[in-house]
Ligand binder design. Structure first.
Ligand code: TEU
Ligand code: CA
Length: 531
């Protein structure tokens, strides 16, 4: 297939480096571990890996608090290890995308050390400093995403600094052109080394209200929710001026051929699509998290796909995500049976899919005992189910004591089921979810209809069922998914009846002829082709 950039045709796989493969047996995954697994990505059939942050960090938020953007944290290895990984990935035709964390640094970053030193330091304005309110309290009501106030008073100068996340993650002031230039230089540093693009952390947060107005209350708040939900984030994020910054960032990327700019953006569809930018001058792929946030029900998901497709700007390329290191795993959310249907949905919708490591073996929620909790959010707001450790547990490669991840106990517990749920075992099993993922990835590569084709929803009367056609030229495929626990006989609207099953989520009916209707078992999805 000659047309379409790699990031349109391809599939991205997210690696959470702490949890993928440990190479030196300290219980924490590292870059050398990822390098040793490069053939796995090729075997699986993905096109690119995105590495969650690998930079020098005190790890208050596991790398999302960066103290030096141009060096690799020793826990993960060295710059030389990174260069070796990149070269060997490229030699296999795999792209490598880095995680860029521009909204905040670590308090240990040299810039912040300077900024906090005194009010007239040249870097004072690189961060967001404000005088206390008249009562001595924080300058406004903005909260931290991880609980508590968004402002911390620094005794050195008596002013408050703003942090949308932990107090150890002060927000940079992106209204300051010097901050922009310094951060764009960081992008160039990695682009010059050959990285294929960036996933940009909390892209919609970069610019805050010029007047620092209070956020309005969220009248629908209930006490089970995270504290941040008490307010609507009207003034603390998603400001109109952010799009100018995104366009500048895109300009930096565009000076290099074939690089991708992906934005992490948690916003409803209508505001999300603004991040494609005017005349597509923004992010190539503003992450679409709607499948994570929508109830797992055919009616709602069909409506979501329709709404998203309709909202896309002309030429804007769609993308879909089922999970990441911040969200409960898909297997935990919809169950092991529907996880297969979810895989077929993700890999047959129009747009670039991003897979989260471990979903291909259906890692589920791993219970983390209170004394082993790592996530700072869980520590700040315990017991509300907000913690992200359960979706960050080590990859399970084989049935050995530590699942082939490490020779010693890993930083987070393994799934007790790891003797059965691991790559070695599932790769031998022709009916496993891992085999299904591989088959879907092969099908995407082989069919222009699947990776680049148009999308058309098919009207079907049966409940719990979603059906659509993907077509490019003569390559036409039909996908029919049963999201329910009842078998369904699905009447297909088109009269052409020379069809057969190309792939079932059960992997057992390939080639079966299908007429005007197709029977689906409970929790079954099929791809049909015309014969
Ligand atoms: O996440 C941003 C973010 O908004 C989430 O933490 C969100 O609050 C949560 O998932 C609720 O939906 C990014 C990173 O992915 C996350 O790991 C970091 O902790 C955070 O930014 C701060 O850098
Ligand atoms: Ca290690």
């Amino acid at each position: 297939m000659s047309d379409g950039s790699w990031w349109k045709r391809g599939v991205i796989y997210q690696v959470y480096p702490r949890s993928f493969q440990d190479s030196n047996d300290d219980g924490i995954g590292d870059l050398e571990g990822v390098r040793r697994r490069l053939d796995y990505f090729v075997w699986l059939g993905v096109d690119a890996i995105w590495l969650s942050p690998i930079f020098v960090s005190p790890m208050a938020d596991f790398g999302y608090d960066v103290a030096d953007y141009q060096a690799v944290d020793p826990i993960f290895g060295s710059l030389a290890d990174f260069d070796r990984l990149l070269a060997q990935a490229h030699a296999r035709g795999l792209r490598v995308v880095l995680d860029f964390v521009p909204n905040h640094t670590s308090i240990e970053h040299e810039w912040f050390r300077e900024s906090r030193a005194c009010r007239d330091n040249p870097k004072r304005d690189w961060y967001i400093w404000r005088d206390p309110a008249p009562d001595g309290g924080p300058p406004n009501n903005w909260l931290s995403n991880f609980g508590g106030p968004g402002w911390t008073r620094d005794s050195l100068t008596g002013q408050y600094y703003y942090h949308a996340f932990l107090p150890q993650q002060p927000d940079l002031n992106w209204r300051n052109p010097l901050v922009r230039e310094a951060m764009f230089d960081v992008l160039r540093f990695w682009l010059d080394r050959g990285v294929d693009g960036f996933r940009v952390d909390v892209l919609w947060h970069l610019i805050k209200d010029e007047w620092f107005r209070d956020n309005p209350p969220n009248l629908g708040y209930d006490a089970h929710q995270a504290e941040i939900q008490r307010h609507l984030q009207v003034h603390s994020a998603d400001q109109p001026e952010v799009h100018e910054v995104v366009a500048q960032m895109r300009g930096v990327i565009d000076a290099y051929p074939e690089r991708v700019l992906i934005g992490e953006i948690y916003l409803p569809i209508e505001r999300l699509v603004a991040y494609y930018g005017r005349d597509l001058s923004g992010a190539h792929l503003p992450f679409n998290f709607q499948l994570i946030q929508t109830a797992w029900n055919a009616h709602e998901i069909a409506a979501l796909i329709r709404d998203y497709e309709e909202a896309l700007p002309d030429g804007g390329w769609p993308n879909w995500v089922l999970g990441n290191h911040d969200q409960p795993r898909i297997g935990a959310r919809v169950g092991k049976r529907q996880a297969r249907v979810a895989a077929m949905l993700l890999l047959t919708l129009r747009g670039t899919p991003t897979l989260y490591y471990g979903d291909e073996i259906c890692l589920c929620k791993v219970d983390v005992p209170p004394e082993q909790v790592q996530d700072p959010w869980e520590k700040n707001e315990p017991g509300r189910g907000l913690g992200r450790d359960p979706e960050r547990t080590p990859m399970q490669w084989d049935a050995s004591a530590f699942a082939g991840f490490s020779a010693r106990a890993p930083w987070l517990p393994l799934d007790p089921d790891h003797e059965r749920c691991n790559v070695a075992r599932l790769s031998e099993d022709q009916g496993s979810i891992l085999t299904l993922y591989r088959r879907l990835l092969v099908a995407r590569r082989a069919h222009a209809g699947l990776c680049l084709g148009d999308y058309a929803q098919l009207a079907v009367a049966e409940p719990d069922v979603i059906a659509y056609e993907r077509a490019r030229g003569a390559d036409r495929l039909i996908v029919v998914l049963n999201l329910g626990r009842e078998p369904r006989e699905v009447h297909l609207p088109q009269t052409d009846d020379r069809r057969s099953v190309m792939l079932s989520t059960f992997l057992d009916r390939e080639g079966e002829p299908v007429g005007r209707s197709v029977s689906l078992r409970a929790d079954e999805g099929v791809i049909l082709r015309y014969c």
